[in-house]
Ligand binder design. Structure first.
Ligand code: MF3
Ligand code: CO
Ligand code: CO
Length: 244
């Protein structure tokens, strides 16, 4: 998991300089696919088809502006990033059978001050959630820390999409909500590995699913941002596995 996590983080760093006005989400996808292949990794998202979903057509997820998550790069080759956009890139390489799952929201050119604040608060909310993780803490502590900071900053927390256990499988139990009550939920134990991946919205937390059945957008079409790390509970506290 450490090696898969490190690879995922390195991939995001590799893509970061490409995130400029004029680049297509298809180009980001293709660069990521080649980069993973060159390192003996495969994409967990390409062809991913949980029950009830069509196969996902992308080696990464590219979620621009009002897209909350699961934006598809492949069928949108005409999608060109514009100055002022924000884009979440979510990568999940599989290395030697293990998944590393991480995402960041990048600024394209010079977004508005409001957009930059949303992105900063989302990243900080993730880090505050992660800071709660230690043996004997509870899953509710993570969500509570995220929700308190997000809502105090004037943003809403998406309820319908959650973090997840991860390992040899992409998505396993437990679910990690990004909202909740302190001292509630499953107790954390050393050796547990899961993601923390809050999505914060500038407007309401209501979502809409597009006809492709994957792309999730905000119902009010206002901006959404997300950050994600894969973490492990250790004897002493927490280890972030998706650091470059
Ligand atoms: N990486 C996403 C997550 O954080 C899941 C993407 S599934 C896909 O769980 F099919 F949309 F790529
Ligand atoms: Co995830
Ligand atoms: Co992810």
């Amino acid at each position: 998991m450490r090696r898969a996590g490190r690879l995922a983080a390195d991939l995001l760093n590799h893509l970061e300089p490409m995130v400029q006005p004029g680049v297509s989400t298809q180009a980001l996808n293709d660069e990521a696919e080649h980069w993973m292949q060159a390192r003996g990794a495969t994409s967990a998202t390409l062809g991913y088809a949980p029950p009830g979903y069509p196969p996902f057509r992308g080696s990464i997820c590219t979620s621009v502006n009002e897209v909350v998550c699961h934006g598809i790069p492949i069928p949108n080759p005409q999608q060109i990033l514009q100055d002022g956009d924000i884009i979440n890139i979510d990568v999940t390489p599989i290395l030697d059978g293990y998944h590393g799952d991480t995402s960041k929201t990048f600024l394209v050119g010079n977004p508005s001050a409001a957009a930059r604040t949303l992105v900063e608060v989302t990243q900080e909310s993730m880090m505050r959630g992660i800071a709660e993780i230690r043996p004997d803490a509870r899953i509710g502590d993570i969500g509570a820390a995220i929700q308190e900071y997000a809502e105090a900053s004037g943003f809403s927390v998406v309820r319908d999409m959650v973090g997840h256990g991860i390992g040899r499988q992409f998505h396993t139990t437990p679910e990690i909500p990004h909202y909740g009550k302190r001292s509630s939920g499953l107790k954390l134990r050393p050796g547990m590995v899961f993601t923390v991946e809050p999505m914060l919205n500038a407007g309401s937390c209501d979502l809409k699913f597009l006809a492709d059945r994957w792309t999730v957008i905000t119902k009010d079409k206002k901006l959404s941002a997300q950050f994600e790390h894969t973490v492990a509970v250790t004897e002493k506290g927490v280890e972030i596995l998706t650091l470059a």
